[in-house]
Design a protein around this ligand. Structure first.
Ligand SMILES: C[S@@+](CC[C@H](N)C(=O)[O-])C[C@H]1O[C@@H](n2cnc3c(N)ncnc32)[C@H](O)[C@@H]1O
Length: 333
């Protein structure tokens, strides 16, 4: 474990100026902040007195931050302790934009009860909130094949089988803390890349699996599309390549006019429900990364809704393998 790490525990909202630049022309209406955290985005949006914010977060530890905003902004602010896959439960109309800032806040990463990081000793937990099982259940109850698939598909881990085997072997001695798991990984895994900690991919795959992040994101995006009127925006900030792949496919595949065959003339894509307002990804500036190093992996993408006729079969087919892997979790519920 690294005892030398000394990052600030305060969470800085990522790409805040860029987000506000995108949504401010649509001010005077309701905005959905699907990942409230410490309310960095919500606060900024509420500075405009004509705006209302409906916020969501699955972590009960952020309720205290939402109460501060509720006191100050009263009817202009509402907080839901719910997962964002459930945003359809609200009855708001005239939604101008729905915003997702995926991943974890710095405060969550430093919380030893959550045990999200391999850098600090913590409980083998990884639940952000409103979960059905913990990382401890995953590591101690699933079989070798299931563990190996989780590591391979959700973490892109080359040594998935070896690490799964090492976990099974150690189980009788109890694997309880993040340190116990790090020790097993360090012994089982070869060092291919000295810049990346050996535990990075295993911890990523476990966080995704425990929090069912792939299905949360897929259903969150589809429900966001269903909830907004034509002309409104969906904005997403991602922090890992799997999340970004999902968002990129969702936005691009349902934006572009597609040729059915190269031998046939263009036909209108009947699934065109979005307009890509910015074809390129938006990254944090060098200054932001200097001030807040965790922002370096952030990517912002956004679209405007332009159509109402959507069939999401292709979206589900494309990410079926990942959804099937997350389904293994049903055994633990
Ligand atoms: C990166 S932080 C957001 C920070 C926030 N933008 C701010 O300025 O403080 C991500 C937040 O999203 C929440 N979250 C992640 N996945 C979620 C989900 N599926 N449903 C609801 N909240 C989720 C986490 O609990 C965390 O508080």
């Amino acid at each position: 474990m690294s005892a030398t790490i000394n990052l600030e525990k305060k969470h800085f909202p990522v790409l805040l100026d860029e987000l506000i630049k995108i949504i401010s022309p649509r001010y005077s209406g309701t905005f959905l902040d699907c990942t409230f955290g410490q309310g960095g985005y919500s606060k900024k949006i509420l500075e405009n007195t004509k705006n209302k914010v409906i916020a969501f977060d699955r972590d009960k530890d952020v309720v205290k931050f939402s109460e501060i905003l509720k006191k100050k902004y009263k009817d202009r602010f509402e907080f839901n302790h719910k997962k964002f896959s459930q945003i359809k439960s609200i009855s708001a109309k005239d939604i101008k934009a729905i915003i997702f800032d995926l991943g974890y806040s710095t405060t969550q990463i430093f919380d030893e009860n959550k045990g999200l990081s391999f850098n600090f000793k913590g409980k083998l937990n990884m639940r952000m909130g409103l979960n059905s099982f913990s990382a401890h259940d995953v590591i101690n109850k699933l079989d070798k094949k299931e563990l190996s698939n989780i590591f391979k598909y959700l973490g892109d881990e080359k040594d998935s089988k070896k690490i799964a085997q090492a976990i099974i072997k150690k189980r009788d001695q109890k694997i309880i803390t993040t340190n116990d798991l790090v020790e097993i990984i360090n012994k089982a895994k070869k060092n291919y890349n000295f810049k990346i900690n050996k535990s990075t991919k295993i911890f990523q795959s476990l966080r995704i699996f425990v929090n069912q992040e792939i299905s949360e994101l897929i259903y969150g995006l589809i429900n966001a599309y269903k909830l907004i009127p034509i002309g409104s925006y969906i904005v997403v900030i991602t922090f890992n390549s799997l999340e970004d792949k999902i968002v990129k496919f969702f936005f691009k595949n349902y934006s572009e006019e597609k040729k059915v065959s190269r031998y046939l003339p263009y036909s209108k894509n009947t699934n065109q429900i979005f307009e890509l307002l910015n074809k390129k990804v938006i990254f944090p500036s060098v200054e932001e990364i200097k001030k807040n190093p965790p922002s370096r992996s952030a990517k912002l993408r956004y679209v405007k809704k332009v159509g109402d006729q959507a069939n999401f079969e292709e979206f589900f087919t494309k990410f079926k393998t990942f959804l099937d892997i997350e389904n293994i979790g049903k055994k633990l519920c």
